[in-house]
Write a protein that binds this ligand. Structure first.
Ligand code: NOJ
Length: 749
C-alpha cells in the first residue's frame, strides 16, 4: 500500500516521518477495507497538498480544452504554458497516445510538482468504434450489451491516452424537442437507473487503476433533461417531489455504482443554477449520498451564472460555485482568475480549496497516475486495441439489439431472397449520419453506408436518392419513382440529419424534415409494399408515416456497424427485439408524453365524454408507447399469478407469467413488470416500471417468468417528503409494453 510513496519522488514527499507511518498503520488496522481505502487516499492526497502553493492548488481545479474539439468558445489558447506553470491540472479534448504523452510530459517534467494531468473526453457511445447513440442502445433493454459497449469504449479510450470520460449522461427526459434525448436512456427512472449502473460499471470496471478502465462522470447534475419547451439550456422548473422520484434516481444509481466524478448542468433548478446550487452539490450529493469524488462544471457554466442573473459578475460566480461545492471549473477561467484573490480577501477559505483539491488528487491516485503518469500511453496497445475486429463485432451486436420494429403489416419484413428491392433516400447512402452525435475519434469515411451493406448482402439492389433529408427540392422524385417501379418492395430510408440531435439541437417540430414524407406518399401510390427505415435521434411524430408505410424500423443512429446491423435485420438474419424507452407521440401537442402519468380527477372512461382530461382532436395515448417494439414472431402472455395477495413490509411476493412464442421463428422478448399504487398520501402514477427480463423463445416454446416484488420497490416521497411505502391496494401488471398488459391486485401491509 505504500508503493506510491516510493514512486512519489517527483513531488518530494520524503517529508513523511516514520512516526506518521506508524500512526497510519495503526489507524489502518482498526478500519474496514472501504474506510481504509478512504484514509489511505486522503493521506496520499494530503501529502501532495501540503507541498502546494495556493496557485498550484487552484491549478488542479482548472480544466481547459485543447484546441482539438470544442463545444463552446476556446477562451484559453495557452493551455500548454498553463500546464507547465502548474496553472492547469486537467485537459479535455486531447487524445491519441502521442498527443497525450506530449501534454503529460509537460505536466510531469516541467511543472514544479510534476502532478499528472487528467485527460477527459466525451466518449459517449464509443471512442473510435462507434456504438449506437445512447437512446438507441437503451432500447436493447440489455444490460450486458450496454455494459459491454461502455467497456469497449473504455478500452479504446484508455488505449488512446484518455483516463476520464464525460459519461454516462443519465438525464431523464420526456421532451423529444430536446436534441439531447439522444444521449440518454429515455423517460423511465427505473430503467434509466439500471442503464446508468451498467454504463458506470463498463467504464470504470472493478478497479480504476486498471489501465483499461477510465473514470466516469455522471451528467448533467441535475434535471438537465427537463428544459421548458424542450429548448436546450432553458429553465427547469419542477417540484422537489418530481425531481427526487423521477429525475434523481439515475444519478443516484450511477453514484452508488461508484462513478468518481459528477458534472453540473447548465440549467437552473428551482431558481438556482445547478453550478451554484448548494442543495444539489453539497446537501444532496455529498451529505445525503456520501459522494466522495469530485464535481466538475459543464463548459463555462460558472461564467453563465452571470447571464442567469444569480450573481452580478464573474468573480461572484466563482465564489458561488465554490461555496456550492464545485471542485473543478471547465474552461471558464473563473477559478484561475479569482480564487487566489478571494482567499486573500476572505471571501472564500483556503480550506475549501484544499477540500476540492484533495478530492481531485484522490482520483488521480486512484487511477494510478502518480505511480505511472504514462500508463495510458502505449503506442503498441493503441494500435492493437483501437478499432479492432473484436470491438467492431461488439458494436454490430449492440446495434442489432437497438433496432425497434414499429410496424410490420402482412409480414412485409423480413425481405426475402430473390425479391427485387429498391432502396430510396439520401440517408441510405450516408456514412456520416450513421454515427450520430458525439463521435469522439470515430471516422465515417471508411464505414459502409446502409446502401453499401445492403448491396454487399444482395448485389442487385436498386438505388435512387429521391430527395435530400432536408429542403423542399422534389426534382429527384421522378427518378425515385422510376427506380421503385422496377422493384417488388421499396425500402425508403428517411429521418433527421445526425447534427439535428445532441447538444444545441432542439426542434420546435418533430416531424420527419423536408419532403421525405411527401416522397413516401408518392412511392406508396405505386401499390408496392414500402418499408420505412428511420434514422433519427429523438422520438418523432410519425403519424403520417405510420399510415403510409407497410413496415417501419426505427434504427436511430446505429454506429460504425449500423449499415450491417440494419441489413441483417431487414433480411431476417437477426430478429428485432428492441423496445422503445421513450413514448412516440401522435403529434407535438401531446408533448410531454410519458407512460407514468397521473390519473387526474377527470380520467377518460368513454371516448366521447366531454369535461375529461383529454384532447378533442387526438387520443391521449401515444402512437407508440414506452416499452413497445415488434418482432418477426409473436408472443402471447397468459396465466399471471401472484404467490400471495398480501405483501408484508419485510416479505416479498412472486409474480409469475407464461410467455409463449406463437410465431414461426425464434425470438427474444422483453417482459416488463409495472405496478400502480392506487391510493397514496400524494397521487401516484398510473404505472411504474419495476422490473424486466429478456427471454429467448423458440417457436411454440413457453417459458415461465418470475418477478420478485419487495416493499422497498414501492417506496416514494410521501406527503411529508419522507421516503418509504404506504400500506394499501396495488395493481401489478406484466406485458410486452407499457400498454398491453395482464393485471392482478395485491395488498401491501
Ligand atoms: C458541453 C456538454 O453539455 C457536456 O455534455 C460535455 O461533456 C462538455 N460540453 C464537454 O465537451
Amino acid at each position: 500500500m505504500f508503493t506510491w510513496l516510493i514512486n512519489a519522488k517527483p513531488i518530494h514527499m520524503k517529508s513523511l516521518t516514520g512516526l506518521a507511518l506508524i500512526l497510519l498503520l495503526f489507524v489502518a488496522c482498526s478500519q474496514n477495507p472501504a474506510s481504509l481505502k478512504e484514509t489511505s487516499l486522503n493521506h496520499k492526497a494530503d501529502s501532495v497538498l501540503k507541498l502546494m502553493t495556493l496557485q498550484e492548488k487552484i491549478g488542479q481545479m482548472v480544466l481547459y480544452t485543447s484546441d482539438w474539439d470544442v463545444t463552446g468558445p476556446t477562451i484559453r489558447s495557452s493551455y500548454l504554458d498553463d500546464i507547465k506553470k502548474g496553472n492547469c491540472g486537467n485537459i479535455f479534448n486531447a487524445h491519441t497516445v502521442s498527443y497525450v504523452r506530449t501534454l503529460q510530459e509537460a505536466a510531469v517534467k516541467e511543472s514544479r510538482l510534476g502532478i499528472p494531468l487528467l485527460f477527459g473526453y466525451d466518449v459517449i457511445h464509443g471512442y473510435k468504434t462507434i456504438f449506437p447513440i445512447s437512446l438507441g442502445e437503451a432500447c436493447s433493454w440489455d444490460m450486458a450489451a450496454i455494459e459491454k459497449s461502455a467497456r469497449v469504449s473504455a478500452i479504446e479510450a484508455s488505449a488512446s491516452g484518455l483516463n476520464w470520460t464525460f459519461a454516462p449522461m443519465v438525464d431523464i427526459s420526456v421532451e423529444p424537442r430536446w436534441g439531447r434525448v439522444s444521449e440518454g436512456a429515455g423517460e423511465d427512472p427505473f430503467l434509466g437507473s439500471c442503464i446508468a449502473r451498467a454504463r458506470v460499471k463498463g467504464f470504470q470496471g472493478t478497479n480504476l487503476s486498471d489501465t483499461s478502465t477510465i473514470l466516469a462522470c455522471v451528467k448533467h447534475f441535475a434535471a438537465y433533461g427537463a428544459p421548458l419547451a424542450g429548448r436546450d439550456y432553458n429553465t427547469v422548473d419542477m417540484s422537489k417531489r418530481v425531481f427526487l422520484d423521477t429525475y434523481f434516481p439515475p444519478y443516484k444509481a450511477a453514484i452508488e455504482a461508484g462513478a468518481g466524478s459528477v458534472m453540473t448542468s447548465f440549467n437552473e433548478l428551482d431558481g438556482v443554477p445547478s453550478t451554484g446550487n448548494k442543495y444539489l452539490l453539497t446537501e444532496l450529493l455529498r451529505k445525503e449520498m456520501g459522494f466522495k469524488g469530485f464535481v466538475v462544471t459543464d463548459y463555462t457554466s460558472i461564467n453563465e451564472m452571470v447571464n442567469h442573473g444569480i450573481v452580478a459578475n464573474e468573480e461572484e460566480a466563482g465564489a458561488l460555485a465554490l461555496n456550492a461545492g464545485v471542485d473543478m471549473d471547465m474552461q471558464g477561467e473563473i477559478y484561475f482568475k479569482y480564487l487566489a484573490k478571494q482567499v486573500k480577501s476572505g471571501i472564500v477559505k483556503e480550506k475549501q480549496i484544499d477540500d476540492a483539491v484533495r478530492r481531485i488528487l484522490r482520483v488521480k491516485f486512484e487511477l494510478g497516475l502518480f505511480d505511472d503518469p504514462y500508463k495510458y500511453c502505449n503506442e503498441a496497445r493503441e494500435k492493437a486495441e483501437v478499432y479492432s475486429k473484436e470491438n467492431l463485432d461488439a458494436a454490430l451486436d449492440v446495434a442489432k439489439r437497438s433496432l425497434v420494429l414499429l410496424k410490420n403489416d402482412n409480414e412485409t419484413l423480413p425481405l426475402r431472397k430473390g425479391e427485387k428491392i429498391a432502396v430510396i433516400g439520401e440517408l441510405a447512402a450516408s456514412k456520416r449520419d450513421l454515427l450520430g452525435s458525439w463521435i469522439a475519434a470515430g471516422k465515417w469515411e471508411n464505414i459502409p453506408s446502409l446502401l453499401d451493406a445492403m448491396k454487399a448482402y444482395q448485389p442487385d439492389i436498386l438505388y435512387a436518392e429521391g430527395c435530400k433529408k432536408m429542403g423542399d427540392d422534389k426534382t429527384g422524385f421522378a427518378e425515385a419513382l422510376r427506380t421503385a417501379a422496377k422493384a417488388d418492395k421499396i425500402v425508403l430510408v428517411i429521418g433527421e440529419s445526425c447534427d439535428w440531435c445532441g447538444e444545441a439541437s432542439s426542434r420546435s417540430n418533430i416531424q420527419v424534415p423536408g419532403v421525405q414524407t411527401d416522397l413516401l406518399a408518392e412511392l406508396k401510390k405505386l401499390g408496392k409494399p414500402v418499408v420505412v427505415v428511420l434514422m433519427n435521434g429523438r422520438p418523432l411524430d410519425l403519424s403520417r408515416e405510420e399510415v403510409l408505410a407497410d413496415a417501419m424500423l426505427e434504427t436511430w443512429f446505429a454506429g460504425s456497424m449500423g449499415g450491417q446491423a440494419i441489413t441483417q435485420v431487414l433480411f431476417g438474419e437477426y430478429n428485432p427485439s428492441a423496445k422503445l424507452t421513450m413514448s412516440f407521440p401522435r403529434n407535438l401537442g401531446q408533448v410531454p408524453i410519458y407512460y407514468y402519468e397521473k390519473n387526474t380527477g377527470r380520467p377518460i372512461y368513454l371516448p366521447n365524454d366531454k369535461y375529461k382530461s383529454k384532447y378533442i382532436d387526438v387520443p391521449n395515448d401515444p402512437l407508440f408507447p414506452f416499452g413497445f417494439g415488434l418482432s418477426y414472431t409473436t408472443f402471447e402472455y397468459s396465466n399471471l399469478k401472484l404467490s400471495n395477495t398480501v405483501l408484508n413490509k419485510n416479505g416479498n411476493l412472486k409474480a409469475t407469467v407464461q410467455v409463449k412464442n406463437t410465431g414461426k421463428v425464434p425470438g427474444e422478448e422483453v417482459v416488463q413488470l409495472y405496478v400502480r399504487d392506487l391510493v397514496g398520501s400524494v397521487t401516484r402514477p398510473v404505472k411504474e416500471l419495476k422490473g424486466f427480463t429478456k427471454l429467448s423463445l423458440n417457436p411454440d416454446e413457453t417459458k415461465t417468468v418470475e418477478f420478485t416484488v419487495t416493499s422497498d420497490m414501492l417506496a416514494f416521497h410521501r406527503l411529508d417528503m419522507s421516503y418509504g411505502t404506504e400500506p394499501g391496494e396495488f395493481l401489478l401488471f406484466v406485458g410486452g409494453n407499457s400498454r398491453d398488459v395482464l393485471q392482478k391486485g395485491f395488498q401491501l401491509n
